[in-house]
Design a protein around this ligand. Structure first.
Ligand SMILES: N[C@@H](CCC(=O)N[C@@H](CS)C(=O)NCC(=O)O)C(=O)O
Length: 220
């Protein structure tokens, strides 16, 4: 029996934590959740012993410790899913890894100007608060999605649900929260992301949280 523990941040805000959690839920991998309230004294006291990077998410599998959302997804896919976290075809898997790497290392403007915040009422940010770079990030993400959905015929980016969908779930949530206008196909993908039962379960828990991280809240 696996002894998986996933250390995660506030469900309302922790976009990185959502990714491996969603993958685990999707594939029915049971884990104990260890919640850490980000940027609080609890984090300062407890996280150093759990996370070599001082960040969440972190997976503990017995003695094995894996930090970083993408590395956790990779590990889970190899160790527990016979590689089913990725598409079976080598070329398509390469494509999936490329979009995940692009998501993982990019889109800084979108991340800082449109924080994941599930409790925020749906509504646009003021135009002055959204930089050209953020608009460019959004267009590029939409382009990735449309290309994948057209090539592999949906409903998920690579046909079946994969690590790529787990990696893009927080962005889908951001685009929804900030009422970003998208094409019908991209909107459909956002709706699929947000209506999957695992996301709904995460969201329900997020709405019950009370912790507030000021720099993830905007006044406009
Ligand atoms: N590349 C890392 C980033 C993790 C990350 O930045 N996590 C945030 C919370 S969502 C965090 O722990 N921040 C705490 C800090 O920066 O001190 C990953 O993919 O897991």
């Amino acid at each position: 029996m696996a002894d998986l523990k996933l250390v995660i941040g506030n469900k309302n805000y922790s976009s990185w934590s959502l990714r491996p959690w969603l993958l685990m839920q999707h594939f029915g991998l049971a884990c104990e959740e260890i919640p850490i309230a980000l940027f609080t004294p609890q984090m300062a006291a407890e996280l150093p012993a759990l996370s070599p990077s001082g960040k969440v998410p972190v997976l503990h599998d017995g003695d094995v410790v894996i930090w970083d959302s993408l590395a956790i997804c990779e590990y889970l896919s190899e160790r527990y899913l016979d590689g089913r976290g990725w598409p079976a075809d080598l070329a398509i898997r390469g494509h999936a890894r490329a979009v995940c790497a692009e998501m993982h290392s990019g889109f800084a403007a979108l991340r800082s100007e449109m924080s994941m915040n599930l409790r925020r009422p749906i509504g646009r940010r003021a135009e002055h608060a959204v930089s050209d770079q953020c608009h460019a990030d959004i267009r590029r993400i939409e382009q990735i999605w449309l290309d994948c959905l057209a090539r592999y015929d949906g409903p998920w980016l690579f046909g079946e649900f994969s690590i790529a969908d787990a990696m893009f779930a927080p962005v889908a949530s951001r685009l929804h929260t900030y009422a970003v206008e998208l094409s019908a196909e991209a909107t459909g993908y956002v709706e699929r992301q947000l209506s999957q039962p695992a996301f709904q379960q995460w969201r329900k828990a997020a709405l019950q949280e009370t912790g507030r991280i000021e720099f993830c809240e905007y006044d406009d």
